[in-house]
Structure formats: C-alpha cells, structure tokens
Ligand binder design. Structure first.
Ligand code: NDP
Length: 312
C-alpha cells in the first residue's frame, strides 16, 4: 500500500513536508501529487492533503482516509468530487494551537493597552499616553470554543482577562463564561474585543455583516483569525468608518494574498496580517498523521474526524 501527499503548494514546501513525514513513517511508500497509473491509484490507502486541486482525490478505489494537514477544511469540503464515504480527518496540532494563543494574546494586549494607537502616533511624533485599565476590566469574547478557541481562552485567562466564549453546542470551560445560540447578542454587546475562531461553514459564512456588527459594543474591536469569508468586507469598513468598531485585526481574507488595491491595506483602523496567526508545524503534525494511520490500520477510532454534514 502507499500514501499520497498532495497539495497546492510550491515544490520546496512539498519537499519539506515529505521529508518530515518520511521521518515519522519511515516504512511507508509515498506518492507525490497524483498517481501515474491505475496500479499506483489502487495502491493508495491514505491521502495526506494540503487543499489539493479539486478532483485530485477521485479514482482512488482503495482510499480509506483523507488526512488534512490544515486545521480548516472548508476548501476541501467545497470540492464536490471529494470521495463520499471516505473518512476525513483535520489537523489538530499542539504547536499550531500554541502559536494561535500567542497571536491572540498579542492582539488583545495591543488593543487593551492602546499600543496600536501608540504605534500610529509615532509617525506624527505624538507623545500621548493611552488610558490604562486592568486586564480583568477588559472583556474578550471568543467565538468558537474548539481546539483553537479553547486554547486562546486559556491564554487570555492566564493574563487576567475576563473571557466569554460562544459555541454551537453549550460548553463548559473552566474560568470562561460560556454561552451558545441567541445568548450571542448579549455577549457581543458586552465585549471590548471579539476574537473569531469559528470554522467556515454554511452557517458562519458572512457572519460579520452590518446587522451583526451593529450588535458590537460601540468602540469594540474584532480580531479575525479564522477565515476571510466570515466577514463582509464592505460592512466591516463601514462599521470602522462610523466608529462602531475601533479596530479590526485581520489575519485572513476572501482572497489571499490580499489584493494590493484592497482598502484594508491603507485603512487606519485595520491591521493586516499575512495569514500567519498559526501555521501547522510539520514536526508535530507528522506525528499526528502517523498516529491516525496507525489508528486506521488497527481499527481504532480516528482522531479529529470531520463531520461533513456539520461542515467542520
Ligand atoms: P474546532 O472544530 O475545534 O472548533 C470550532 C468551534 O466553533 C467549536 O466550539 C464549535 O462549536 C464552534 N462552532 C462551529 N459552528 C458554529 C456555529 N454555527 N455557531 C456557533 N459556534 C460554532 O476548530 P478549531 O478551533 O481547530 O479551528 C477553528 C478555525 O480556525 C478553523 O476552521 C480554521 O478556519 C481557522 N484556522 C485559522 C488559522 C490561521 O492561521 N489564521 C490556523 C488554523 C485554523 P461546538 O463546540 O459546539 O462544536
């Protein structure tokens, strides 16, 4: 049997991943990009994927597992040719969770202490101290209390912030005021900073539209670390221009890289990050892939299976 490694990436990145995966699974035979003939196609047991081109996973009769190297699987699930009935697992990488917590912490700290404003003041040689409130007086709402949202909430709690969290099903996270469903309205109205860590699904696409942004506490900020399509860009810009939102820290965009002419680049209230909040770390991710392959072969439950109907 063989394993297929396929993605939309440069040759150098593919080679880097192959090397680390081979180290973690030295006994396996790897095929790269696509099988060359029917015999190779029939040999493929697991596909390790990084958003491969649509159609790439068709015609693999013995495929038993699709393992994503990325945490978000919205692009994979949007491929209508994705083999139905083959389990799909997503990446949950402890090193990525750690990186996400660092990014969220940096952004919340900078918002809470006014450091984005101070940075802008430097260009004008302006000496002005921002107001300083205590972390406990700063309320952060984390949307999505899964792997990443849960880790982010814990990091914020460790710094003394008041943390609320919203998820699809009711959750209990120590120290976090958890809510779900319509309770979102009250939570949005209370939060000084809102962090988006929802998966992109039919239910969450366009989540931050004019109607929802109007529910924010006036002068609150949005940190979007999940997907660009969660945001209606024009509505966010209007909310910033109206002063309804103070700042948006955006790591993800409808189109990436962000087009040079996009107004986000030059808007004083927007901080643009190049989708760098948390990258999968090949070293820890390879161990996750190896463990799932072992589980598959041993008939044990697979880790981090995606429910196609749920969309994440
Ligand atoms: P998880 O699946 O572990 O968690 C998702 C959370 O969102 C869960 O708490 C879930 O609720 C909640 N949720 C899902 N749908 C809804 C809904 N309709 N209403 C309310 N809550 C909802 O995902 P991760 O934490 O691992 O990842 C989240 C996203 O982060 C990824 O999908 C990806 O898009 C993005 N990401 C961004 C990166 C970056 O660098 N910017 C890097 C990695 C990921 P419940 O608990 O009830 O299931």
């Amino acid at each position: 049997m063989a394993l297929l490694l396929t993605g939309q990436w440069g040759a150098a990145e593919a080679a880097r991943w192959l090397q680390v995966l081979q180290q973690a699974m030295p006994a396996e035979q790897w095929l790269i990009d696509a099988p060359r003939d029917a015999a190779e196609a029939a040999a493929i047991e697991m596909a390790v994927v990084a958003n491969p081109p649509p159609g790439r996973l068709q015609g693999l009769p013995n495929l038993r597992l699709i393992q994503s190297l990325w945490a978000g699987v919205d692009r994979l699930l949007a491929d209508p040719t994705l083999p139905a009935g083959v389990p799909l697992a997503r990446m949950v990488d402890p090193a990525m969770n750690e990186a996400m917590a660092q990014t969220a912490l940096w952004a919340v700290l900078a918002l809470h202490r006014g450091f984005f404003d101070v940075q802008a003041q430097q260009a004008q040689r302006l000496w002005r101290q921002p107001a300083q409130c205590r972390a406990a007086e700063w309320r952060v709402l984390v949307l999505g209390l899964g792997e990443l949202g849960g880790r982010v909430a814990a990091a914020l709690l460790s710094q003394g912030y008041t943390v609320e969290g919203w998820s699809r099903s009711p959750r209990q996270v120590p120290g976090v005021q958890c809510c779900s469903g319509a309770e979102l309205v009250g939570a949005l109205a209370r939060a000084d900073t809102v962090i988006n860590l929802l998966p992109l699904t039919d239910q969450t696409r366009g989540f931050f539209d004019a109607q929802r942004l109007a529910l924010f506490k006036p002068g609150a900020s949005l940190i979007n670390l999940a997907r660009g399509a969660h945001v209606i860009d024009a509505d966010l810009l209007a909310a910033l221009d109206a002063g309804q939102l103070r700042r948006a820290v955006l790591d993800v965009f409808h189109q990436e890289p962000l087009a040079a002419e996009h107004p986000f680049w030059s808007h004083a209230g927007v901080t643009v990050l190049p989708h760098t909040a948390a990258q999968t770390d090949p070293r820890s991710a390879a161990a996750v892939v190896a463990a799932n392959l072992q589980a598959l072969r041993a008939g044990r439950p697979l880790a981090h299976r995606v429910e196609a109907v749920r969309g994440y």
